[in-house]
Design a protein around this ligand. Sequence first.
Ligand code: NI
Ligand code: MN
Length: 226
Amino acid sequence: MNFTYYGHSCFAVELGGRVLLFDPFITPNPLAAGIDLHSVRADFILVSHGHQDHLADAVVLAKRTGAPVIANYEVATWLGKNGAGKTHGLNHGGAFAFDFGRVKLVNAIHSSSLPDGAYGGNPCGFVVESARGNFYYSGDTALTMDMQLIGESTRLAFAALCIGGTFTMDAADAVTAARFVNCGQIVGVHYDTYPPIKIDHGEARKLFQAAGKKLHLLKIGESREF
Ligand code: NI
Ligand code: MN
């Protein structure tokens, strides 16, 4: 599985020729100014919740690529009304087998109002299981015991976890999350974009290292194989 980081919580995972793009937020992010939205590929777009910093570019990308948007039912319906052509709504605990693998919506503790104030359902994380390997994306969330259920049921090649604090888990809580989901390869997301979520990279790496886990903090535009 090839992972490409686009800044904040936006990343792509390529699985057997299919590109899954998560939480597209590129054009409003000054740190991602080096990324050309028109060069970003997507066969599926997955959105974890209704906040602007997770879906700002979803409609534009869905229109250009024709990629279906996978999200909770409320976010999927809202994106459909706002111009995304194809949507696939799921809800927590539910899963669907797509051609690239199975996507399950899992719990996240956060909020999820949409940019125009519409109800955004409940925020989620995603567990993706495929012939190429499995991974978990936490979305925006607090540390929660529910993460243990993921570790018990799925062997993960990597997990993308929010680590910026203030609005989500910080690095220390994400170390516990990594233990709960039973995964040693962690990609940090949702950090450094705004002053309240700026982190000390060295400190964060050390926390994971002390727990016998590897924290990957990728440069925006950088890719890595898992
Ligand atoms: Ni959020
Ligand atoms: Mn966020």
